[in-house]
Structures are given as C-alpha cells and as structure tokens.
Ligand binder design. Sequence first.
Ligand code: PEP
Length: 258
Amino acid sequence: MKQSKLVVANWKMYLSTHDTSVLINRLNKKVPVYRNVEVVLSPSYLSLQPASMEIDRRKFRLAAQDGFYKDEGAFTGAVSYSQMRELVHYAIVGHSERRRFFNENLDEVRDKVAACVRNGITPILCVGETKQERNENETKQVLHDQIVTALSDLTSEDAEDLVLAYEPVWAIGAEEPAKPDTIKDAVDWMRYQVRELYGQKTESSIRVLYGGSDEPQYVSGIMEVDGVDGLLVGRASLNFEQFGDIITGVHLAALSKD
Ligand code: PEP
C-alpha cells in the first residue's frame, strides 16, 4: 500500500517548553486530520515528555532531533534512543547542523541509525552537500557516501520504513529552496543508492523528503517532483499559520496526484 505523505517540523533549539506547548495548542486547532499526510513534530529533548501528552494524536507524532547511539551507561549529558522509545516514532539523524557543529562523522551517523532501528524508532536520515561540494561536482559522491555508510548496519527489512531527507546544506536557512530540477536529480540518485543496496521493493517502500527553506508558496512545485514524499521544515514550522499552510499544500498535492 502506498504510504501517506510525511511532513516533519524541526524546531531545533528555538522554543522553551512553554512556547512549545503554545505552538502545539495552536497546531492542534489549526491542522485538520488529513488521512493522506502524516505530520511529525520535533521539539527539544526537554519538551518531548509534555508534548507527548499535549499533541492531538490523530494529527501528530513526535520525533527526536538527535540521540546517543549507546542504549545506556556512563555517558554524562547524553540521551539515548532507548530512553525516548516510548515518546517518539521518529528521530532525525545526521542533520547538517549536527555534522557541522558537533563534528558528527559518517560512522557516528551509522551507529545512530542502527540504534534507532534497534529501539523501534524510524530514522529520518538527512543527507546533503555543501555549496563548495556542489561547486566542485561532488554532490553525487557526498550523497553516496552519506547514504551507504549510514545504512551499512541495516538489513533490507530494517530499511523498509526508512525516511531519507535531501537537505542541501546551502538551501537550509536560505532565501529560497533548491529548484525542483536540482531536487529531482538528487532524489533520483538517492533512490538509486537504496535500490543498489536493497533492491526495488525496499526503494519503493522508503519515503524521501526535501528540506531547505520550505515555505507555503513552494510546496506544490516541490511536491510535483517524482520521488518526493514530503518535506522537512525548519523555520516555517515555528509559525503555526505557515506550517498549517504547508501541511495543507502537501495534502492538496497528494490529492492531485491520486
Ligand atoms: C532544516 O534545518 O532542516 C531546515 C529545513 O531548515 P529551514 O527550513 O529553516 O531551511
């Protein structure tokens, strides 16, 4: 069966627990139940527990923004996926901000993906090239290395539910998203990697998102790209009006493709 579209909000390190509750309340009211769109919210660790009681569960699920790859132990300051497994369905893994500011390397991302799967959490694996890598024609190599390493501990069964997000680093926090043609080339290449690793069946069961400066006016153009199943949204997801409009845009795009 064709999976529903997926829209993921990444709230990064922006909202206090109180502000998170206020935003959830507004989204509970603003967003209708769309059967063809799954909406996932990613508050900070601190807000996951209260958010799990505040979200309208007919409309929303939760994701962790990160996690540590060990399940338990003497790792001061860390939060493991096993500690979050009752709270979240998903976890964002390998976001470019983690790679850049926290020096996360390919192996660490691989271990986090494996830890998510081990704990029954679906990883949303973010991949994407920097501006310099694009200018030097390294986009395909970067996407290949990020995907192949991250998935190297997963069986095809593990990989079936996987979510990949194409997040070109140069389009995050930018004025506008990548152009649909650029997204199409990258997403085709990402899907090809998954096909090479696990075959056609797994490739068609995974969902691929686009992330980077999504706003309501760009949604239909991006969702028209073949192989794109949804969006990962940063800034615009902090505004309940804009995020609500993005969700509706994805719903309408899905209807028009049916
Ligand atoms: C992100 O950081 O994942 C992201 C998509 O951010 P923005 O929408 O703000 O570009």
